[in-house]
Design a protein around this ligand. Structure first.
Ligand SMILES: [Fe+2]
Length: 453
C-alpha cells in the first residue's frame, strides 16, 4: 500500500524556507525614512534546512534565520539574511538587544546566540554558563532599572526557572519554581513590583502520552493537556518559589502578553492574547482557537480573576511602547489575524485551524476606550509583527513609528514599512523594498545603534 506524500502548509507559500543567504546594499525607498532611525530592524523565524519530512515537520521546530535591514541617516544601507547557527544552537523565535549585545533567543534547551551587529559573526552567549540548558524568547526588560527578567523551562526535567540579569547582562538572581508536566511557558508578565509565571495546559507530558498511545506526533512534542491546570504564579521581583501565589485563571493558552501593571488595591492588570485551545487540531502548527485580546484583573489576595475582551478584532503579536513595560499603558499595536481581520463578537465561532495565526492588517487598540483601528496594507499584502519605535523627544504614548515587514503575495517579495503610530491610516512614511521574500516567522524588533556596544 502506498500513501500520498503528506502536505504541510508550514513548508509552502511564504512559510517555505528561503535557500540563499544574501547581502544586498542601497535598497530602494519610497517616501522619506526618518533620520532619527539609525539602527537595524531585525526579524527572525524558522527556516528549516535540508529536506524536512512534511509528515512530522512542525513550524516551531525549524532552524532560525535572521533578516536584518540597516537604516542610517535616512537611507536603507543593506538587507542581509543569515541562518543562526553556533555550536549546534539555532534559536528561531526572537532577536533583541540587552547589555549591548544583539541576541537571538528561543525557549527550551538551546542557548542564546550573540549576533554581530552586521550579522557577520555568531557565537553562543550563555552568560558564562548561567543560561546553559535553556532560556526564553520573551524576557522582559524593566525600563526603569534596565534589568532583564526571564522565566524559562529547562529540559529534561521541565522545572521553571526565574532569572534576572542586570543592565550589563550579568545574572544577579536565579530561583527554581517547581511545576508539573513540563509545561510550555512562552512568555511572562512583569509589573513594577511583581513577576507573573504562566503555567497553562500545554505540556510535554501530554505529548508523551499521545506518542505512547500511538497517536500521530510531530517533531515538536508539546500539545494541549486536558489534565493540566491553568494558573498563574505571582511573586515579587527577585522572589523565590516560597513567595509565589498561584491563582487559577480561565482555561486557555497564552503565547503573548501585551503588558501588565500593579493596581493600588494590590491587584494586577494583565492584557494577554487568549486562546481557548491550541496545539490540538493541527499537527504542524499551533492551530487552535481565534486569538483574542483580553484583560485580566487578578487579585492574588482573593484568587479572583475578572476577564473582559478588549477591542473588536482577533489579534496576535502584541506590542506596546516598551518604555511602559510593567506600567499602565493605553495603546497596543498588533498584527490582525485573518487576511482582512476577524471581528470578535459575542457568539463568534472561535475555533479555527491554521488560519487562526495567519496575519493580515495592522490593528491598533486603545485599551482605555476599546476603540479599534484596522489598517490594511493592500490586496495580497499582510504584515508580520509590528514594532513601536518612540520618536526622540516625543511625549504622547503613540508619538513614534510602527515598523513591520509586509509580505506582498503579488510580487512574492517583502517590504519594511514605516507608519505613523499615531495615525496608522496615513500614507506610509517610508517603504523599503527588500529584493527578497521574508518567510512568515515569529518576532522582530528595532535595534537602535545606541543599544549595541
Ligand atoms: Fe513569541
Amino acid at each position: 500500500m502506498t500513501t500520498a506524500p503528506a502536505r504541510n502548509d508550514y513548508l509552502r507559500g511564504n512559510y517555505a524556507p528561503v535557500e540563499e543567504e544574501v547581502s544586498l546594499s542601497q535598497l530602494p525607498v519610497v517616501g522619506a525614512l526618518p533620520r532619527e532611525l539609525n539602527g537595524r530592524y531585525m526579524r527572525i523565524g524558522p527556516n528549516p534546512t535540508g529536506t524536512p519530512d512534511p509528515a512530522i515537520y512542525h513550524w516551531f521546530s525549524g532552524e532560525g534565520m535572521v533578516h536584518g535591514v540597516r537604516l542610517y541617516d535616512g537611507r536603507a544601507q543593506w538587507y542581509r539574511n543569515r541562518l543562526v547557527r553556533a555550536e549546534g544552537h539555532s534559536p528561531n523565535t526572537n532577536v533583541l538587544a540587552h547589555g549591548g549585545r544583539l541576541l537571538a533567543l528561543i525557549e527550551g534547551g538551546a542557548s542564546p546566540v550573540e549576533l554581530g551587529p552586521d550579522l557577520d559573526r555568531m557565537s553562543v552567549w550563555d552568560c558564562e554558563g548561567a543560561l546553559a540548558g535553556g532560556f526564553t524568547a520573551h524576557p522582559k526588560i524593566d525600563p526603569v532599572t534596565g534589568h532583564m527578567h526571564a522565566v524559562s523551562v529547562r529540559p529534561p526535567h521541565g522545572g521553571a526557572r526565574y532569572t534576572v540579569l542586570d543592565g550589563d547582562g550579568a545574572v544577579t538572581h536565579v530561583s527554581e519554581i517547581p511545576v508539573d508536566d513540563h509545561p510550555m511557558i512562552h512568555d511572562m508578565a512583569l509589573t513594577e513590583s511583581r513577576v507573573v509565571v504562566f503555567d497553562l495546559p500545554v505540556t510535554l507530558a501530554a505529548g508523551m502520552r499521545n506518542a505512547q498511545a500511538g497517536l500521530p506526533v510531530s517533531n515538536f512534542p508539546f500539545v494541549w493537556d486536558d489534565r493540566h491546570p491553568a494558573r498563574v504564579g505571582i511573586m515579587p521581583h527577585l522572589g523565590s518559589a516560597q513567595q509565589i501565589q498561584w491563582v487559577e485563571v480561565p482555561r486557555c493558552y497564552v503565547f503573548h502578553v501585551l503588558n501588565a501593571y500593579d493596581n493600588a488595591d494590590g491587584s494586577l492588570t494583565l492584557d494577554v492574547i487568549r486562546y481557548d485551545e491550541v496545539f490540538i487540531r493541527d499537527l504542524h502548527g499551533p492551530g487552535g482557537s481565534v486569538p483574542t485580546l483580553v484583560r485580566w484583573v487578578i487579585n492574588p489576595a482573593t484568587g479572583n480573576v475578572d476577564e473582559r475582551v478588549i477591542g473588536d478584532y482577533s489579534v496576535e503579536f502584541p506590542r506596546i511602547d516598551e518604555r511602559l513595560v510593567g506600567r499602565p499603558h493605553r495603546y497596543g499595536w498588533f498584527a490582525g489575524v485573518g487576511a482582512h481581520g476577524i471581528k470578535i463578537t459575542d457568539g463568534v465561532e472561535r475555533l479555527h485551524t491554521k488560519e487562526s495565526l495567519e496575519t493580515g492588517p495592522l490593528v491598533k487598540v486603545d485599551t482605555v476606550t476599546g476603540r479599534t483601528e484596522v489598517r490594511s496594507y493592500g490586496p495580497g499584502r499582510v504584515t508580520m509583527e509590528p514594532a513601536f519605535v518612540p520618536r526622540p523627544g516625543g511625549e504622547a504614548e503613540d508619538d513614534g513609528w510602527i515598523l513591520s515587514v509586509v509580505h506582498d503575495a503579488n510580487t512574492n517579495l517583502a517590504e519594511l514599512v514605516v507608519l505613523d503610530a499615531a495615525d496608522i491610516h496615513a500614507e506610509p512614511i517610508a517603504r523599503v523594498f527588500l529584493p527578497r521574500r521574508v518567510p512568515f516567522g515569529f518576532h522582530g524588533n528595532w535595534i537602535a545603534d545606541s543599544a549595541l556596544l
